[in-house]
Write a protein that binds this ligand. Sequence first.
Ligand code: T4K
Length: 379
Amino acid sequence: MAAIPSAFDQPVYVTRPMLPPLASYVERLSQIWSSGWLTNGGPQHIALEKALGAYFSNPNISLFSNGTTALVTACQALRLSGEVITTPFTFPATPHVLSWNKITPVFADIDAATMNLDPANIEPLITDNTTAILAVHVFGTPCDVEGLQTIADRHGLRVIYDAAHAFGSRIHGRSVTDFGDATMLSFHATKLFHTAEGGALVLRDPQVKNQVDLLKNFGIKDEFTVLMPGINGKMSELQAALGLIILDMVEDEQARRRGVADIYRQRLGTRPGITLPVVQEGVDVSQQYFAIRVDDIECGVSRDHIYDEMKKFNVMSRKYFYPLCSDYIYYRTLPSASHACLPVAHKVASEVLCLPFFGALTLNDAHRICDIIDFIVSK
Ligand code: T4K
């Protein structure tokens, strides 16, 4: 049997936020201090919105205090109601934004390879009450955007994407934000590009962008006119200033993560029972997460065993997204939440393990994590 690998001295988390040299943030903070302008669309906010508009080649972008509020607002702006078809394999925010809009989430099963909504499962779930499809580019892997749009067009539905994991994901050179009526991005600290907390909507229609801008600022048009019951979803100057610095670091961070991914692929790809993230022709992924799948029969040990044992070596992997949203107390009585309707999602949720994946992880760390997995699996 292989020698026992040494444990890490400090916990190695699933991700760590990119942090710029403090001095560069202090420099931006001093601009904020001199302006005395802290929020409500100040100079940092204007600059970040413009920079991200250029990054996505779409000026119809609206910044938010977080991704969840952005998605809640998108549902309002697009006047979604009734039922929306979505995936159970996601973070709780995805179905919750529907519930906050008094919309019933209807869960459809996912594709086994991409772990995203499978268009083939959507049509049988469409009723007269269905107004949209809310799909998630899980772990940065793009959805079948053409398949989803074809179904939406056939039934007059909106398409919204939760691209919380997909900053920088591209399909044949086009940003994932080019597809659908609205795309939400999360800029939470755990995301590749972040503003500590934050998010954005990228919109197809400039009129929807105007509506979104009103909605995220209480519906205020001017000092004496409030047009609609909006919310406070504004990004502050402190968040935007951080984003302006982090944006310049994204490419380098992605390159570092690719180095880690290469090691995981080389070292774990030949292990029976371990499946690596899918590689799709013509697709660039964001490098947000590195999610392996563990088939307990073929591998000889379960995903849960690897997760528990890795902790003993101070490696904190995560079982994103277990349990499925359809198994939460609030949703499990929905007809679409029954286990029988979601066999692939249940299998995937029992197998997925997100390994530590961030630019500050050294290649040596990545090898050590593989040594630990090898040890656990062969023990
Ligand atoms: N849609 C999808 C598909 C999402 O995944 C998310 C968020 C959303 C919507 C909602 O977007 P936001 O409204 O958040 O913008 C984390 C994040 O909090 C959450 O934003 C994210 N998805 C989710 C996948 O991951 P937790 O519960 O795993 O967070 P936590 O605190 O356990 O953090 C994970 C690890 O990250 C920690 O073990 C250590 C590291 N970490 C975390 C923070 C907050 C740091 O090193 N520094 C930090 O500041 O949800």
